[in-house]
Structure formats: structure tokens, C-alpha cells
Design a protein around this ligand. Sequence first.
Ligand code: 1HE
Length: 257
Amino acid sequence: MTQVSLLDVQHEGEILYVKMNRPEKRNAINDRLLQSIEQVLDGITSSIKCMILHAEGDHFSAGLDLSQLQEKNLEEGLFHSRMWHRVMNKIQYGQTPVVAVLKGACVGGGLELAAACHIRVAETSTFFALPEGQRGIFVGGGASIRLPGLIGIGNMTDMMLTGRVYYAAEQTIAGFSQYVVPESQGLEKATELAKKIATNTAMTNYAVMHVLPAIHKTGTMEGAMMESLIAAIAQESVEAKQRLRDFLEGRAKKIGE
Ligand code: 1HE
């Protein structure tokens, strides 16, 4: 039997477009889809300056493919969750910033996937939920680690205990996504943002992706020292020095230009 590819991957210059392509199952994430995402992440080279993760169909993702979970025993369940953690960590702490374009369902593991990305652009049809509570299970793709930081532990608790759904259109979701855009405009907005991200120095993007979260999680003394170290490292690069000269000599764009 020929297997249809669950991911559509396209390069455009420095931007890598990765599209989940399982619309008939609302982009529910089975192991094959998760592993395909991991393969793409493993293959990213420094020529890619930003990745955009988006989805075919009306929904970003209906979360974990529940048909797979049903068959797992305790040990398999543990390793399955750890596999999710591995892939989510490769997104968050990988080679390149990732911008996610959200629409329709962004629920369960789909929300965990979105939360691992660096920027989220939500079209107005997006809704966020954690149906794990109602399905009798628990989040297993890193939501406990990432979501409280985005929306607060109180809101995550509410979502899991009561099945609360948040709608992008209500504009109550500042923590879920940094941007809310009209229907069908997510990819255009994500591309605009990716192009900006691609103009940063590699060290700035690295520091934001890897050092900022580490500082955020550590004590203030240690965090301040880490900040000083990465600030010193970043300003030392030839490219940073050139950018500072460009500004001082009137060649750089001003804020907002
Ligand atoms: C699925 C899944 C899925 C759809 N696993 N097959 N996630 C959930 O509990 C969300 C479950 N899904 C839904 O609530 C709805 O499907 C939607 C609101 C997202 C979309 O509704 P709708 O009416 O557009 O589609 P549908 O008719 O419900 O689904 C279309 C098909 O996709 C159907 O299969 P078909 O063979 O009957 O056509 C559905 O069974 C299938 N489908 N969602 C498997 N999730 C790392 S741990 C994370 C733990 C979790 O993510 S738990 C949350 C799981």
C-alpha cells in the first residue's frame, strides 16, 4: 500500500514551510506524523532562518491520534509521551525559530505542538482546548511545562477540569497566540514575521530560543549572570558590531520602519 505523505515541505529562500497534511483526520497527530516532523527538524541546516508550521484543511490539529493511545500499555504510554517531549524540545530548542499558523481546532496535543513553537499566529476560527480531562487522560506532550507560562496555571486548570474552550475571535487569548488575524491571512502574516526573524543575527535568535527560557526558569542571581554572559557574547560578533555602526552612521532602519 502506498503511504500518503503526512507532511508537505517547501523551501522558499531562507524560510521552510512545513504543512501538516492529514485534513481528513483534522491533522490528528499519529506517530508517523510526529516522526515526520522530527525528521524535518533533524534535517534543518543553517541556511534555513525560520520555519513556518501550518496545516491543510480547516483545523490546525485535533491533537493526539486517539486511535493509537487506545492500544498502548503503561510502558508504551510512558515512552510515547517521552517521544512527544523529545520532538517538542527539538522545536523549542532547535536550529531555527518556528512560527505556527493556527486555525480551527488547536486542541490537546495540537495545542502542545503550537505551544512549543516560538510565535503563534491565530486565525479567528481558532479555538483552544484540552479535552484530555474529558477523555480521562492527562496531557503528555509538554503542556504542563509550557502552557502555564503562556496562559497561567489557573486557566490551564480550568481547561482541564471543566473542558473550557477559548476562542481566538473573543480576543481573550493573548497568552495563547501573539497575533490574531482574519481568516485565511495566517500564512501571509507568518511569512511577514518569518522574514523579520530571518534578518536577525544567528546569535540573537539562538539566545532568544535557548538562553531566554533558561534564564526565565532559574534564580535571579544566576539569571542575571547568564544574561550578562550572553549579552557579551552577542555584542562581540562581527555582524553585531557592523549593525551598531550602521545605526550610528544613519544606515539602519529606525524602530517601526
Ligand atoms: C480523530 C481525532 C483524534 C478527529 N484522533 N481521530 N483530541 C480530541 O479529543 C479532539 C477530538 N476531535 C474533535 O473533537 C473533532 O474531531 C474536531 C472538533 C477537532 C473536528 O470536528 P469535525 O466535525 O470537523 O470532524 P470529525 O467528524 O469529528 O472528525 C473527522 C475525522 O477525524 C473522524 O474520523 P472518520 O474516520 O470518522 O472520518 C474522526 O474520528 C477523526 N478524528 N480528531 C483520532 N484526535 C501527547 S498527549 C495529547 C493528548 C491529546 O491530544 S487528547 C485530545 C485529543
